[in-house]
Design a protein around this ligand. Structure first.
Ligand code: DMJ
Length: 600
């Protein structure tokens, strides 16, 4: 007994010591991570200003900086960027990098510079130039940059502008949006890839465009419509998206390029990278921003098809939309956004529980797998020289080697973007280390006296004389937000594919969140009458166009979405389209056919 009595305090003391030391070590660990985040945030801020100030000194008001020669470029045709041709002699650029930097300045708390930039753009920017621009790039960079900055500038809570702000950025955005509209004037509603800002679509313009070029316009153009009250922008983007959706294969896959006049696919092979990436991203983000369940349904079907046909273990290859057979076994830097998109579901779950309707079906757990394969970046590192460098380019999965010619790294943001989402979704400090490695690699290889230079060849680290505007709009922004997300506290934003924040506003929602509450859904389902007339007895194949009466050309229905299978067979409602005449969603009958159901 005495020994027990004397042992009790010792045991308690031991427990106390253990728990105290545990507390100390975990709080020490926490404060070490907090200190690391602050240190890294400051490093990223320095990077941003090094890029920004050099741009302002050597390139502004032209589009982008050439950091090696300390000069500028306005013609970025090789990446489908703003391409300005036949410039009038007094033309001095569209200040692309400045527009792209606006929201980053706000996120980094530099209201003074933001106000100065807004003032300059309001006075000097004009889109009345004889310039042939790429619609997709101009939309995500210029229109998105202006719309987002306008919302930030006019939000009285932000108090970003001390002087007066009279919606000048919105005026510019509207002017630009109007200049986009001629591109949509095609028989299919699918927009031309290129449009001249002054003269519209030029004679002999190419009719080939990409999937992203048709399906990734809705956030910026939708936001423009909501802000101006002019529905034409959202309508044009939505019509193009719906048409594109109707062109999916029976496997719910899409190609990469298509003809805007005929609506025929040109390149049937696609993946989650170049030419397609932001199409998937915009389906889910449009749902968050505008609350339409159509977007969500489209995303669900498209996402499931990607996971089924493109995914191989932790990697994603390309496949033919018709057969689902693998075509190219390549990993590209653009694909690195995918884990971030997957991780953002879990952030969405946190902020919008209603968003998760139907989520169990999506089986999100592999969110990290493709990123974590990137963690075992042995395959990259073999080709590179420093232990902690993480730079993605084009990698041939089947030959386990870098692509023989495409070895460039143009300061892309996608890996940083995914790291940002994954960190905030998991709070795993591993992602802080990844971010640190990215920052170190960027500083080590790409920082030069005149800014940050792209890498032409990752095997030799030879540099290229180009600092892309997305380095300021996205790469620096996502790295900054990884280490310091205080700007996002208490706000709900969707980031466009170019990293420009758009607020999630309830009055932009066509349909209120309650509509997604699963119990409601079940309730509606369980009230289905047992006897229904089969759509087989009705019009199985809905009209694709609306007839306007005698002598008039039929016009294509804007809402029409074809059924997933040509024979109209189905297993689920999601495989059925939208009726062209009534614009009502078709559903799957008990007998397995899509149609418009009549309740009897
Ligand atoms: C950015 O312009 C956008 O993220 C776009 O969607 C594709 N990727 C580039 C930068 O890599």
């Amino acid at each position: 007994m005495p020994s027990r009595r004397s042992g009790t305090p010792a045991f308690v003391l031991l427990l106390l010591v253990i728990s105290l030391s545990f507390c100390t070590s975990s709080s020490e660990l926490d404060s070490r991570w907090a200190a690391k985040k602050l240190e890294m945030r400051d490093k990223v801020r320095e990077m941003f200003y090094h890029a920004y100030e050099n741009y302002m000194t050597y390139a502004f008001p032209h589009d982008e900086l050439k950091p090696l020669t300390k000069s500028y470029t306005d013609s970025l045709s090789e990446l489908g960027n703003l391409k300005l041709e036949h410039l009038p002699t007094d033309y001095s650029g569209s200040a692309l990098t400045l527009i792209e930097s606006l929201s980053s300045l706000v996120i980094m708390g530099n209201n003074t510079e933001f106000e100065r930039a807004v003032g300059w753009l309001s006075k000097n920017l004009s889109f009345d130039v004889d310039a042939r621009v790429n619609l997709f790039e101009c939309n995500i960079r210029v229109l998105g940059g202006l719309v987002s900055a306008h919302i930030l500038a006019s939000d009285s809570k932000n108090r970003l502008i001390q002087g007066s702000y009279d919606n000048e950025l919105l005026g510019l955005a509207e002017d630009l949006g109007r200049r986009f509209l001629p591109a949509f004037d095609t028989p299919t509603g699918l927009p031309y890839a290129w449009v001249n800002l002054k003269y519209g679509v030029m004679e002999g313009e190419t009719t080939e465009t990409s999937t992203s070029g048709c399906g990734s316009l809705i956030l910026e153009m939708g936001a423009l419509s909501r802000l101006t009250g002019d529905p034409r922008y959202e309508f044009a983007a939505l019509r193009a998206l719906r048409k594109l959706w109707s062109m999916r294969s029976s496997l719910n896959l899409f190609g990469t390029t298509l003809d805007v006049m005929t609506g025929e696919w040109i390149e049937h092979s696609s993946g989650i990278g170049a030419g397609v990436d932001s199409f998937y991203e915009y389906l889910v983000k449009a749902h968050i921003l505008f609350g339409k369940d159509d977007y969500w349904r489209m995303f669900q079907s498209a996402y499931l098809a990607v996971q089924k046909y493109f995914r191989h273990g932790s990697w994603y290859h390309e496949a033919d939309m018709r057969s689902g057979r693998a075509t190219y076994w390549q990993l590209t830097s653009l694909q690195a956004f995918w884990p971030g998109l997957q991780a953002s579901f879990s952030l969405i779950q946190h902020h919008f529980p209603w968003f998760l309707w139907g989520m169990s079906e999506l089986r999100i757990p592999p969110i990290e797998s493709s990123f974590l394969s990137g963690k075992s970046m042995g395959c990259y590192q073999k080709e590179l020289r420093k232990p902690n460098e993480i730079i993605i380019f084009r990698y041939l999965l089947d030959y386990q080697t870098v692509h023989p010619t495409e070895k460039y790294y143009p300061l892309r943001p996608e890996l940083a973007e995914s790291t940002f989402y994954l960190y905030h979704a998991t709070k795993d400090p591993f992602y802080i280390e990844v971010g640190e490695a990215i920052v170190n690699s960027l500083n080590f290889y790409t920082k030069v006296e005149g800014g940050f230079a792209s890498i032409r060849d990752v095997t030799t680290m030879q540099r290229e004389d180009h600092q892309h505007s997305f380095f300021l709009a996205e790469t620096c922004k996502y790295l900054y937000l990884l280490f310091d997300d205080s700007f996002l506290a208490g706000r709900n934003y969707v980031f466009t594919t170019e990293g420009h924040p758009l607020p999630v506003l309830s009055d932009w929602h066509d349909r209120l969140p309650e509509a997604y509450i699963p119990s409601n859904w079940t309730y509606v389902k369980s009230r289905m009458p047992t006897e229904r007339a089969s759509a087989m007895s009705l019009q199985v194949c809905p009209a694709t166009s609306l007839s306007l009466g005698e002598g008039q050309q039929p016009i294509e229905s804007v809402c029409h979405v074809v059924d997933a299978r040509g024979d109209h067979r189905c297993l689920r409602d999601e495989e059925c389209g939208v009726d062209a005449t009534s614009c009502r969603s078709r559903s799957c009958s008990i007998a397995g056919y899509c149609g418009l159901w009549l309740l009897v």
